[in-house]
Design a protein around this ligand. Structure first.
Ligand code: 5AD
Ligand code: SF4
Length: 470
């Protein structure tokens, strides 16, 4: 799952109603969850404010994937202390993965926090706020086997009005040993495909031109009328015959309109089927871009991570992508210095990167998380300086590959979906290619939501620069 920058909601609130301020950390899934939370609160009569200082309720949707994500959230909490002093009735809530991981401990350690809500309990937020107003601290961290928030029409918080996230599965059954997500987000369940298509149609009718289908492991999406992924074997024959897998779902969403781009994240090497790749190839509006986390290039380390694939299988999937879609953007996640990783094994990560040549990569030092299988079974034995040095080698190599990839694009013409004005100049628009590369070009008569053919003439380290062509 790609980790986004912190998002702060910027919407104006009318005076006189209860106002909430919501800040989101972590991945796209969390950002999508915040849209669900905003919808739940709005339906209870709350309005959104972009000023924490004027809020009646401050909510932070948190991430637990690495320790520094939690530290940042705690640091931010201290900044809210002044508001609580000024307005003792202010309710402060911590939502999301950190809430789920720490549970009541968060209430004990952070006296400022009034409510703690896990990812499957967002419907209870209005009641929990009520309990706090009644003088109590309140918590709901129950994980659910069914909750997918399928019926909730999320309030769109993204600024551009062109691209949106749609959550298609919740939870994760993979049990990678380094990862806290199975514990914070519970068992994997898929959302009713008809509610997904309805949401996509609705977005399209409201001017959106790109949806990203989100899940911890989208390839294992499976709808057979409800229930957990792991219980599919127990489904009736009729349910099995009508089941919708990820390739089917992709096709259903792609058919909403040829003008609606479809992306998805995150894919998993052991579950990514050729059927999905053929569906991608079949529809021009399904973006030719796959985010396929490798984590490590060494089979023993991958086994220790319980990733469910080895180096060969990973390369097999890359080969399938390149064969079925010769022109497909690729990105990945990599962890340096996992427990017991040797120098030779680290070099295999570098050599796998060399073989694949990713266009983009999210790179991390291994960070032991309490409660994970790795924390229980292995010793976090790679010294910090070695982890850092290995990470730097990974980052340097990736920069080289990404730079080369951008240079290859110079002179090419790409269809770009314009998303908004460039940050640097209001005379320029920015948008993305099907390969998820950001392109900046002079606005001329174009506007956000337009598909523009752009010829790339140069690039910076992270952005392609070009000019619209007829
Ligand atoms: N330490 C470092 N990186 C991690 N990730 C997940 N858990 C950890 C951890 N304990 C990374 C993985 C994952 C991405 C979302 O975050 O690379 O794919
Ligand atoms: Fe997203 Fe994982 Fe962070 Fe939870 S822990 S917010 S699922 S990245």
């Amino acid at each position: 799952m790609q980790v986004l920058e912190k998002e702060i909601i910027e919407k104006e609130a009318p005076k006189g109603t209860k106002r909430f301020f919501l800040e989101t950390y972590g991945c796209a899934m969390n950002f999508s969850d915040s849209e669900i939370v905003a919808s739940i609160l709005k339906s209870e009569g709350y309005t959104i404010t972009s000023e924490a200082s004027e809020a009646d309720v401050i909510l932070m949707n948190t991430c637990a994937i690495r320790e520094n994500a939690e530290q940042r959230a705690r640091q931010r909490l201290t900044e809210f202390r002044v508001f609580k002093k000024e307005k003792p009735s202010l309710v402060i809530g911590v939502l999301g993965c950190m809430a789920e991981r720490m549970k009541t401990k968060l209430l004990e350690e952070e006296d400022l926090v009034d409510i703690v809500v896990g990812p499957d309990a967002y419907r209870s937020i209005p009641n929990l706020i009520g309990e706090v107003e009644g003088g109590q601290k309140a918590i709901n961290v129950l994980l659910s086997r069914e909750e997918t928030y399928a019926d909730i029409n999320p309030v769109r918080l993204s600024e551009n009005g062109i691209t949106a996230f749609i959550s298609i599965t919740r939870g994760c059954d993979n049990m990678c040993t380094f990862c806290v997500v199975p514990f914070t987000r519970g068992r994997e369940r898929s959302r009713d495909p008809h509610t997904i298509v309805k949401e996509a149609k609705n977005l399209f009718d409201n001017g959106y031109r790109e949806v990203t289908l989100l899940g911890q492991n989208v390839d294992s999406y499976l709808w057979y009328g409800g229930g957990l992924k792991k219980d599919f074997e127990k489904a009736t024959e009729e349910q099995k015959n009508k089941a919708v897998n990820f390739a089917n779902l992709l096709e259903m969403v792609a058919q909403v309109s040829p003008l609606l781009r479809v992306r998805f994240s995150t894919s998993n090497p052991q579950d990514m089927t050729d059927e999905v790749l053929h569906t991608m190839a079949k529809y021009e509006n399904i973006c030719k871009y796959v985010h396929l986390p490798m984590q490590s290039g060494n089979t023993r380390v991958l086994k220790q991570m319980n990733r469910g694939y080895d180096r060969e299988k990973y390369l097999d999937r890359i080969k399938a992508i390149k064969t079925i879609m010769p022109d497909c953007g690729l990105s990945t996640d990599i962890i340096s210095g996992f427990c017991t990783e040797t120098e030779e094994e680290h070099k295999e990560t570098l050599s796998l990167m060399d073989e694949v040549q990713f266009d983009y990569a999210y790179m991390f030092k291994y960070n032991e998380r309490p409660g994970t299988l790795a924390a229980k079974k292995y010793t976090d034995d790679i010294p910090e300086d070695i982890k850092s040095r290995r990470l730097q080698e990974i980052v340097d190599l990736h920069r080289k590959h990404a730079g080369e990839s951008n240079l290859r694009d110079i002179g090419g013409v790409f269809e770009v979906l314009a998303e908004g004005s460039s940050k640097k100049s209001s005379e320029d628009l920015y948008g993305r290619t099907t390969h998820n590369k950001v392109v900046v070009f002079p606005k001329e008569h174009y506007k956000p939501g337009d598909y523009v053919k752009v010829k790339v003439h140069s690039c910076t380290s992270g952005t392609l620069l070009g000019q619209a062509v007829k």
